[in-house]
Design a protein around this ligand. Structure first.
Ligand code: GAF
Length: 439
């Protein structure tokens, strides 16, 4: 059996291809091409909407959009990954209205930017775009293909709005501006695409640093690079796309998020992260869980025993994942006393393994394909492995020795074949750059 690797295409080939696609669809040359990356998350899963810290990195795989501005308020788009032409005016876009699938990201972003005040109301009424899309981010693989499309469109709208109004500063030019663009993309995803996701994916797509894992504090979406040089340590981060379809709009993700929100409100904190009242530690986690269980018995809380029993494991995941992120940051911190040899990496591997168990057993967002991928990678010598992203299908990551990449990939592919599962696809994650205008 031979492992299947996701096809790699040079960025320039994508720029040329999407330019040709635009020309074929609209009959003239596009004004500009923008792109944004997919991502994997190293650690900090299902904590972004609870104010936790996440540790993602941008993938080299990107979504490209070739665009030209219009002045009649029409957005029309074609995609190399989909059939047909999609068309709508901004006036037709509203929560629950007709835009669905990939086009909801194209029109949702200008809608959200207008509602967030990032484009002037008058300008928004006239602004439109002709668009062509092409992407190397695997679709439906939990690698943030939707956020990549949203963020590339956000840059296109940002540039078009500034081109027609010389007094408007380009938001993409500053970190704060990119944070605001990310917030608009999240709003588009929540309100127009109907997926109640947090803000990790859009933040990394807009704020990524080439060569770095990022630490994003989701209480305010401030970002800082972390000194986790996987390749420099002779290791690799193998991404296993299980090819089990992953969907965040079917209610399971929203249920987890709503349960966390109920618990947050019961506890009277601004975010679940704030319950720690300081850095997340194992000791504080034990107290928090004990307090929660004691409080659940309190009749004035209005939490039935059944509700409490359902929420407790979700809280145990959210809070323990916040502790694991803190432990990971401490491991790679300048002040860390852990030897800078393999010790740090094997500890990181254990944090990944623990994260997977917590997501599988407490948060219950894994699936058989993800569990097979993780367990086969671990057995084949990975230092650690876990599902990454929203779960319910999608991808897993494995931290492996550089020389073992093929061995681990083959072992995972064989485990899938033995269970008659659809063959997985593999890629190696190298931290890449943020959304940008292509030259
Ligand atoms: C998906 C969501 F879009 C993110 O916001 C995040 O919650 C992630 O699942 C889980 O960590 O990618």
């Amino acid at each position: 059996m031979s492992a299947a690797w996701s096809p790699e295409r040079p960025d320039q080939e994508l720029v040329n291809g999407v330019t040709d696609l635009f020309h074929a669809a609209w009959g003239f040359t596009p004004d500009a091409v923008f792109s944004a990356p997919g991502r994997v998350n190293l650690l900090g899963e299902h904590v972004d909407y609870s104010g936790g810290t996440v540790m993602p990195l941008a993938l080299p795989q990107r979504t490209f959009v070739a665009v030209s501005p219009r002045t009649d308020g029409v957005y029309q788009a074609v995609s190399a990954q989909a059939e047909g032409v999609q068309r709508a005016t901004l006036a037709e876009v509203a929560p629950g209205a007709t835009a669905t699938g990939w086009f909801s990201y194209v029109v949702g972003v200008p809608w959200a930017m207008a509602h967030e005040g990032l484009i002037d109301e008058d300008a928004a009424a006239h602004l439109g775009l002709d668009v062509a899309v092409d992407s190397t981010v695997p679709l439906g693989a939990g690698l943030s293909s939707s956020a990549a499309l949203e963020c590339a469109i956000a840059l296109a709208v940002d540039h078009a709005a500034s081109a027609t109004d010389p007094t408007r500063a380009l938001l993409a030019a500053t970190s704060e501006g990119r944070r605001r663009l990310a917030a608009a993309c999240v709003r588009a995803e929540n309100e127009i695409a109907g997926a109640s996701t947090g803000g990790m994916d859009q933040s990394i797509a807009l704020q990524a640093r080439e060569g770095s894992v990022l630490s994003i504090d989701c209480r305010d979406f401030s970002v800082a690079p972390v000194d986790i040089d996987v390749a420099g340590a002779g290791l690799a981060l193998l991404v296993i796309d299980t090819n089990a379809p992953h969907r965040l709009v079917d209610g399971q993700y929203a249920q987890r998020r709503a349960a966390c929100e109920d618990a947050r409100s019961t506890l009277g904190v601004t975010t679940l992260r704030d319950a720690f009242d300081g850095a997340p530690t194992s000791e504080r986690l034990t107290h928090l869980l004990a307090d929660w269980e004691r409080g659940a018995q309190d009749p004035s809380r209005n939490t039935s025993p059944a509700q409490a029993a359902r929420i407790t494991p979700l809280l145990r995941h959210a809070w323990s994942e916040m502790v694991r992120v803190q432990q990971c940051q401490d491991l790679f911190d300048d002040r860390s006393t852990v030897p800078r040899d393999g010790t740090r990496w094997s500890r990181l591997g254990r944090l990944l393994n623990d994260s997977h168990l917590s997501l599988r057993d407490d948060y219950r967002v894994s699936c058989p394909e993800l569990d097979v991928a993780v367990s086969a990678a671990q057995k084949a010598g990975a230092l650690g492995a876990r599902m990454t992203g929203g779960g319910f299908g999608g991808s897993a990551i494995a931290l492996v020795h550089g020389d073992d990449v093929s061995v681990v990939a083959e072992a995972v592919a064989e485990a899938f074949e033995a269970r008659h599962l659809t063959a997985p696809a593999f890629l190696v994650a190298a931290p890449s750059g943020p959304a940008r205008r292509e030259t």
